[in-house]
Design a protein around this ligand. Sequence first.
Ligand SMILES: Nc1ncnc2c1ncn2[C@@H]1O[C@H](COP(=O)(O)OP(=O)(O)OP(=O)(O)O)[C@@H](O)[C@H]1O
Ligand SMILES: [Mg+2]
Length: 393
Amino acid sequence: GAIVVGPKLSGDPFYPQDLDLLMTLANQAGVAVKNAQLYAQVLLAHEHLNNIVSTIESGVVAVDATGQVSLFNRAAEQLMGLAAERVRNQPLSVLPECVGDMLSETITGGGAKTQPEVQLSDGTTTRPIICTTSPLHDQAGAVLGAVAVFSDLTPLKALEVERQRAERLAYFEMLASGIAHEIKNPLVAVKTFAQLLPRRRGDDRFVAEFGRVVTHEIAKMERLLDRLRALSRPGERPRHLIDLRSPIGDAIEAMRPVFAEKSAVLSAAMGQSPCTILGDHSELEQLFLNLLMNAHEVTAPGGMVRVEVATSADRAIVAVVDTGPGVPPELLERVFEPFFSTKERGSGLGLAICASIAQTHGARIKATNRDAGGAVFTVDFPVAVTATIPVSA
Ligand SMILES: Nc1ncnc2c1ncn2[C@@H]1O[C@H](COP(=O)(O)OP(=O)(O)OP(=O)(O)O)[C@@H](O)[C@H]1O
Ligand SMILES: [Mg+2]
């Protein structure tokens, strides 16, 4: 900017002290103009922030270090069924307990917290919400207060239910078409022989062949039914606290002779201490038998398969590692589908049964490949929380 001055009314010239005065005046005016501009910018930024906070769909509540509510946006009003004017500048005890408790813990403990699913009521409807609280610090690191951000999970949950329904339907379709396919071939053989029987009942060779084929095809259908039963039954048997290493050990012992036949090595590293989970011994033995049978089939004579158990505080991860060709990357997810098989005589139910048993044990099963070649099937179990019995002195 500039200051324009005219001649003095007295007609005197401008002296150096007049110029000093004018300089000071100009500087002060400059500072005042700058401050006014900054203030306008701050107001604008504040308004912008307020607009964002009031229009976002997540509830936002801020409290100061004493626990008084300083900010309560529109979404928070709707989700909590509380009017902002009745909450602002009030202690956080006016807030619903679930959010209020998290905020007070964040102020006192100073740490951020997330609750993935809490129930929040607005007085008429109770909704599942996800809530995150974070402390607000000044530049020196002192806690100035805390902010809670929470969102309604209802639409997400509805989508999840929809997705699960679609998945179940797809699984059912896959199962139905697989069963139809597996039963059709033996049925065709039985039907053909049965149609020929009235005419050729006097032909002893035909009757003997009839008996052989029909028995064989019916046995095939019985095996299929057994496997289907294993697929549908897991979870029905009672769960006990068991050492996971025990069913794995039994599956390994059962497979030793067939590995020895191929001169293949089957080794295990299962740790020294028990690994307690809640489960059913025979279902888990079946799971590891299926994995070991697959591993055995891809192992060349002289090759090796290794079973490893790694435990942390809350998980037990079992890995069955082989030295076969591995699973083609595009099939890593598909191998768990019922009736998916790349083997000429495979039912494709082995891994589907594994996945079903894993699921009812709260475990996750996954197929990967080793960089060095070979497949790794991991089953990740939650470790059981065992009660500690207090010892009295
Ligand atoms: N260790 C492995 N290495 C490479 N591919 C594997 C391995 N285990 C399974 N697969 C692949 O996954 C497919 C499905 O396995 P799954 O055990 O379900 O059925 P299957 O072995 O073909 O039949 P079944 O178990 O009835 O004998 C197999 O056909 C194979 O292509
Ligand atoms: Mg198999």
